[in-house]
Design a protein around this ligand. Sequence first.
Ligand SMILES: CCCCCCCC/C=C\CCCCCCCC(=O)OC[C@@H](O)COP(=O)(O)OC[C@@H](O)CO
Length: 240
Amino acid sequence: FDYNKPKWPVPYRRFDRRPDVDSFCEAIYPFCPTGDRDGRIPDLRDSDVISVYRLQTPVWEFKYGNLLGKMNIMHDAIGFSSSETGANFTMEWYELFQLGNCTFPHLRPDVYAPFWCNQGAACFFEGIDDLHWSQNGTLEKIGEITGKQFNEMARWVQNDNQTGIYYETWTVRSDPGPNATVWFESYDCSQFVHRTYRKLSQLGAKLSSRTQTNYTKIYLYSGEPAFLGNDSSIFGQPAL
Ligand SMILES: CCCCCCCC/C=C\CCCCCCCC(=O)OC[C@@H](O)COP(=O)(O)OC[C@@H](O)CO
């Protein structure tokens, strides 16, 4: 235990590689249908000038319009537009098996521990669906970056995507008050957008929004969590 490191929030756990998904997990909609199967991101010319866009729309907007937007349940993404080629791109991070699977586990008859289908991943694809983002949300230019900065960001996204695997819907804190302790941060679409903005800023990009940007959080309030052990020590699944 490192007494110099704050105990809370518990750091998000990263992994060496993304595991195969269990066939038990079913997606209602295919994940990243028009993105590259291996998550590749095209290399742009270093001298290119890329416009960067803040994208926001209600979760499931393509199916329910502004329904969840009325409850401020919003999805966040980033858009890019190359001045040299005119190509547009959307980059977002979301669940492989939808939000419900990342918010609540399954109880399976043959498995003692709660079973999660909660992988999330980055999705990069050509095109920006202007209407999808602008009609109930936001599509705002927030800056320009060079092709070189874009390419370095792309390499960072691919490593981030191989190590940050599990979507976490809940932000867990001690109480609703302003001085609450955060026990666990969420790990969702908006966190990816924040990490990417931070990486672009580290690469020297200047990004700014003319309007206040609000991000969706759902809170779970709890006393100080105690570590109980891992699944096998808690749920005692006999060796299969
Ligand atoms: C049986 C359904 C149960 C649903 C339970 C949901 C309970 C949680 C309630 C509120 C959650 C608030 C936190 C959600 C953060 C949303 C930000 C985010 O991570 O969005 C990612 C996805 O949810 C967005 O999904 P889509 O709208 O499908 O967008 C993907 C689309 O853009 C692909 O092109």
